[in-house]
Design a binder for this molecule. Structure first.
Ligand SMILES: NC(=O)c1ccc[n+]([C@@H]2O[C@H](COP(=O)([O-])OP(=O)(O)OC[C@H]3O[C@@H](n4cnc5c(N)ncnc54)[C@H](OP(=O)(O)O)[C@@H]3O)[C@@H](O)[C@H]2O)c1
Length: 276
């Protein structure tokens, strides 16, 4: 298979690219900045992983990568829309540009890449698009509202696309991980610029939440290879199912949300984050 994976500098993207190549696929591994391909190149030594410049928010880079793959192979079998960012901070504290930038990376770019690869997949009569969403696309946590906004949008978009392209033989898959140990909890962890303003009415809440997030990243985040292996499985197997929840924390949170009355669930969550 010829596979395009976005966001391969670290985390799931790097692991999916390497695992897919290990299983014999030809992998184009997109990087926001090609100069940061060091870890990927080291992990992919001897494998058919081809790092490519692809800031997913830049239309010219998206078009160039898809055109180069089609020129070389005449086909593109799979797209893994993995590149993504998180942004912490209560919704009221966000500046407009912060929310727009996040939506650009997490929603507009995956949509544009789907649009770019679909003509080839339709012509082939087959193809698979994997969109890496999150448990935050099925359940919105306080303090992570911007991220939830973007992942809920990705969910809606993917669900509609799933219906729209099935008649052409193209599968759409949504992956819903809980917390896994990647750079999203470290190097790429971002708070909105005003989230910790000392005079903000949310100041104490954000400090508490930061401590919770720190503990979770240290103690509870799981091994990301669980996700990357499953994502690569999904390139070649899988029926017509859309959503794949991954990780213990996702199952627990989503299970609680499903079985508890909404008001009770809300009260418990609000008390937890209030430290009561
Ligand atoms: N790890 C988790 O707990 C978790 C849970 C649920 C969902 N997810 C989702 O999993 C996906 C991958 O994240 P990760 O956990 O593997 O974190 P990560 O290690 O921080 O990886 C994110 C990747 O996306 C890239 N990226 C960001 N903006 C980009 C852009 N404009 N163009 C191209 N690449 C860009 C990053 O490149 P740079 O570092 O160079 O910016 C990085 O390679 C994301 O969609 C995230 O929302 C993660």
């Amino acid at each position: 298979m010829v596979v395009l994976v976005t966001g391969c500098r670290s985390g799931f993207g790097l692991l999916v690219a390497v695992e897919a190549a290990r299983r014999g696929h030809t992998v184009y591994a997109g990087l926001r900045d090609l100069d940061t391909a060091g870890d990927l190149r080291a992990a992919a030594e001897g494998l058919d992983v081809r790092p490519v410049q692809l800031d997913v928010t830049v239309a010219a880079e998206r078009e160039a990568v898809v055109a180069a793959i089609l020129a070389e192979h005449g086909r593109l079998d799979a797209l893994v829309n993995n590149a993504g960012r998180a942004l912490g901070g209560p919704l009221e504290t966000l500046d407009e540009d912060e929310l727009r930038d996040l939506i650009d990376v997490n929603v507009m770019a995956p949509w544009a890449l789907c649009k770019a690869v679909l003509p080839a997949m339709r012509a082939q009569g087959e193809g698979v698009i994997v969109n890496i969403s999150s448990v935050s696309g099925l359940m919105a946590m306080p303090g992570l509202g911007a991220y939830a906004t973007s992942k809920y949008a990705l969910e809606g978009m993917s669900e509609a696309l799933w219906h729209e392209v099935a008649p052409f033989g193209v599968r759409v898959v949504l992956v819903e991980p809980g917390p896994f140990k990647t750079d999203i909890w470290g190097r790429n962890r971002t708070l909105s610029r005003h989230a910790l303003d000392p005079d903000s009415p949310y100041h104490a809440f954000v400090e508490r939440l930061e401590r919770l997030v720190h503990t979770m990243a240290q103690d509870r985040a799981e091994d990301p290879e669980v996700v990357s292996r499953k994502v690569v499985d999904l390139l070649t197997t899988g029926g017509r199912r859309l959503r794949y929840v991954m990780g213990k924390a996702s199952w627990i949170r989503l299970g609680a949300k499903r079985v508890l009355p909404e008001a009770l669930f809300g009260r418990i969550l609000q008390r937890l984050v209030a430290g009561e």
